[in-house]
Design a protein around this ligand. Sequence first.
Ligand code: ATP
Length: 248
Amino acid sequence: AATETLLEVNNIEVIYNHVILVLKGVSLHVPKGGITALLGGNGAGKTTTLKAISNLLQSERGEVTKGSILYRGERVQDLDPATLVRRGVIQVMEGRHCFEHLTVEENLLTGAYTRTDGRAAIMDDLEMVYTYFPRLRERRKSQAGYTSGGEQQMVAMGRALMSRPEMILLDEPSMGLAPQLVEQIFEIVRAVNEGEGVTFLLAEQNTNVALRYAHTGYILESGRVVMEGSAQELRENPDVKEFYLGMS
Ligand code: ATP
């Protein structure tokens, strides 16, 4: 049986400042329960695509001017970000964005702000987060601003998990991290995907690592999808090898 599509992006166009056309008709199908990679170089439009989905373009003076975005078959374009979080979609922004003056644990608890299911359930999920991120348990009393880049990436992901999402939009998780740490972050993405059934759509410039962990992928160039397929198809594609994997 075909896998269910959780998120469907149909031919969207995004314009910044009323004049700068950045996405020129992007379509994506994100299967439920999978890891989908959104690949492409600097400025290809990955972040813009994620922000269009989570409705975070407004503060950047950007707007979706054409196309549609459907989550579980329903149009979500006009929902504010917090409503979308309640529906199960949360974005982890590029560059982590922790509350630097709060402890690691306080940061994680802020992720539960949209929940109404009470303290016990929230504390259970804090435990769940610590099982995926044992490092965060060790650092739970530390001020987030004093933790490493890798730990802050973990805090940002852990905080997102505290909202009990069905889908996480993860922007450039590898950014600025040493290779070994990048691998560790992707291992956790896989574990959360398998263990909690969370669907991931992740934007990455690191094609190599992303295609080793993702199930399917899309390659963006100048605001258009130029290639799509299973991760294996993309890994074996001669153009992807030459232009994105640095080997031919
Ligand atoms: P990166 O890895 O650098 O984040 P990206 O693929 O995520 O790259 P975007 O950040 O989506 O790309 O940017 C796509 C294009 O849109 C770029 O040319 C960028 O300069 C432009 N852009 C991004 N944000 C704005 C903005 N607020 N106003 C005008 N142009 C913008």
